[in-house]
Design a protein around this ligand. Sequence first.
Ligand code: 5GP
Ligand code: MN
Length: 345
Amino acid sequence: MLEKVILPANIERASELFDEAEKIVIVTHVSPDGDAIGSSLGLLHFLETQGKTVHVVVPNAFPDFLRWLPGAKDIVRYDRYRDFGNQLIAGADLICCLDFNVLKRIDIVAPAVEKATCKKLLVDHHLEPGDFCDVTISHPQISSTSELVFRLICRMGYFEDITMEGAQCIYTGMMTDTGGFTFNSNDRQIYFIISELLSKGIDKDEIYRRVFHTYSEGRLRLMGYVLYEKMQVFPQFRSALIYLTKEEQSKFHYVKGDTEGLVNLPLQMKGICFSAFLREDTEKPMIKVSLRSEGKFPCNQVAAEFFNGGGHLNASGGEFYGTMDEAVELFKQALVRYEDQLLKN
Ligand code: 5GP
Ligand code: MN
């Protein structure tokens, strides 16, 4: 049995919002990941079974390995189809905000969503949700928004209406946000939910291959390059750092998503509990920062304090406006500042 995580009052209010809406738009965060796309499409498939007209609008591109997800080809990219996106958002009866906590995270879509006068619903698992929705379902202890979407649908009494397509999307989000159930994944209920999703006919082994075994040759060689040539290890701080310049990215024919997961690699070393990956952005003049930690070390505090960012305890990120050398220097300062916490972790 599922424990009742979402407050009964919120289940009721979300139910009402869905009942009253005909045209629904789902929005999710910039550079959408597996959970952003999985939760959005999972909710879309459910709402379509209820006869709603639903669109998912995303700020920009999402990784190729999510393209096979049922419904992915109809996702509206706001950076490409801004007018259509604006039309959908302005005409919506309800906007569902999935997998982000503050409007800034939907980047160029934020002004349109902020301006929309319709009702808004937030379903998310990031810390410190902003107050921009009529109903806020925020549970940072839950490892994925996709899991929350499953819980919401079930608690509203519609488990039967989850289709195999919807189940594939939800499973993909749960799997990607836990690194294939290798972190944030000790909650027994996750496995109960997986069992329920399997009852819908999903092939979880196939989903794993479709998501994780899709590297290009360039991506795999890039992995070899960063590990052999680029990784700096700071054993005295139990930390490691990898950074990549624009030139290096083009050398390996970088496409969006190619560097995803590289930040996790140093954590496989014994004794390393904090890892940073710095990438010179190819679109904006900034350095994208990804941080990961193990145990109790709060990498989101480092993201907030040093890199204008935030996120989860063990997975966070931010942005740095300056040179790579400055970013590396800042990271080293962070290590010194957090030395005590790193060593006692
Ligand atoms: P990733 O390293 O995969 O890009 O991001 C990991 C997590 O860090 C995200 O799920 C998100 O919670 C957080 N995050 C990444 N970038 C940013 C950012 O620029 N600002 C904030 N506040 N959080 C971020
Ligand atoms: Mn998520």
